[in-house]
Ligand binder design. Structure first.
Ligand SMILES: Nc1ncnc2c1ncn2[C@@H]1O[C@H](COP(=O)(O)OP(=O)(O)OP(=O)(O)O)[C@@H](O)[C@H]1O
Ligand SMILES: Cc1ncc(C[n+]2csc(CCOP(=O)(O)O)c2C)c(N)n1
Ligand SMILES: [Mg+2]
Length: 334
């Protein structure tokens, strides 16, 4: 069915026909505050555009809906918070059918259930070209203070919650005409590109115990996220290239396509693992706790005093920190 057959209001009614009362149908959604929660409120937004953040050639409408929820939850996870309510802004051109938008909503709903997000209304317009999907997500802080980017201190460890490079590798594989639906490490990289996982349990675990001093989700690549923590905290760092965990599927795809998987880890982005800093004395507890949650934590380096700058230690010796990361206005990558 074409969207024009339903019209704007018919489409909204159709897509939200199973939602609870109070969430859709008035000027604003209303719902009770989470019981007993008084921590600071968190509020984030992340937008996805067709052919910028996803392509219908590589992802189903369900995948796209899923990803919109996961990328927003990831920002709450990086603060050590709990996600709560999201509103959806949707712009669709006439190439999108009602059935596809229904799939998009099914994907959003499925991810929302997994992460405990309530979808609470939104706004719908016709786009001139392609799909625009934006979520604004509220959340709240469990710990006494948000897990920011500005409390990394010299001597602390830099670590990640799991392997990197999978999403960019999965996308490169699909762009090269590769099959995504296979039960291999390559298939897993493709799945991680299509349906990224927010590290909500890891963020919550670290924040509740106050074991992480700073954190960031890896949306724009390790190069960019380490720079953000070091800049916000006013510190330097020393990262060992060989300690950076690379997803096995990304390694395999890099070999086949003649690419560099480490480059995907640094500048590919969309891995949505957490980058965090912690006291060295807490590492054993962190490694055990995060592993029990299904993560594959790895320490990749150390925070240093600011005057030492940011350095990458490779087999050839110390190198300046790799520039770049994903930048929308410099052609994707710097
Ligand atoms: N157009 C804007 N107006 C006001 N603030 C903005 C705007 N775009 C981004 N920001 C703010 O700038 C900061 C960095 O934004 P950015 O989108 O890079 O967040 P991020 O978490 O680093 O990345 P990602 O979008 O991939 O999650 C955030 O605090 C964000 O709220
Ligand atoms: C079709 C297609 N081409 C390229 C990419 C890669 N990509 C797009 S946005 C982004 C960084 C995060 O964005 P933001 O900073 O807006 O959160 C990355 C790595 C993709 N996913 N799909
Ligand atoms: Mg972020």
């Amino acid at each position: 069915m074409k969207i024009a057959e339903l019209g704007e209001f018919g489409l909204i009614e159709y897509l939200t026909r199973n939602w609870s009362p109070g969430l859709v149908g008035d000027d604003a959604a209303w719902l009770p505050l989470p019981p007993g929660e008084q921590g600071p409120m968190l509020f984030t937004t992340d937008m996805m555009l067709e052919e910028v953040h996803f392509s219908r050639r590589f992802s189903s409408a369900y995948d796209i809906g899923w990803k919109a929820v996961a990328v927003n939850v990831s920002d709450i996870a990086a603060m050590g918070g709990e996600p709560w309510t999201a509103v959806i802004s949707l712009g669709a051109d006439s190439s999108w059918s009602v059935a596809e938008l229904e799939e998009l909503y099914a994907g959003m709903q499925a991810a929302a259930e997994i992460y405990g997000v309530v979808l609470a209304g939104g706004d719908t317009v016709k786009s001139r070209q392609g799909l625009i999907l934006n979520l604004a997500l509220t959340g709240w802080q469990r710990g006494p203070q948000p897990l920011g980017r500005d409390r990394a201190r010299p001597g602390q460890l830099l670590a990640v919650t799991g392997p990197l490079g999978a999403s960019a590798a999965g996308l490169a594989w699909l762009q090269a005409g590769g099959e995504g639906d296979c039960a291999t490490q390559v298939g897993e990289a493709v799945t991680l590109h299509r349906r990224p996982r927010a590290q909500l349990a890891a963020g919550r675990w670290l924040a509740e115990r106050q074991l992480a001093t700073a954190a960031n989700d890896i949306s724009d690549g390790l190069a960019r996220e380490v720079l953000e923590i070091c800049t916000a905290s006013g510190v330097g760092c020393q990262v060992e290239a060989t300690a950076i965990p690379i997803h096995a599927g990304a390694r395999s795809i890099a070999r086949t396509l003649g690419k560099d998987a480490l480059e995907w880890a640094f500048r590919g982005g969309e891995d949505f693992q957490l980058l965090f800093t912690c006291a060295e004395a807490d590492w054993h507890q962190i490694e055990t706790g995060l592993t029990a949650l299904g993560c594959q934590p790895a320490r990749i380096g150390r925070i240093t005093p600011p005057e030492q700058g940011m350095r990458l230690l490779t087999e050839k010796g110390p190198e300046p920190w790799p520039a770049g990361g994903y930048d929308h206005f410099t052609g994707g990558k710097e």
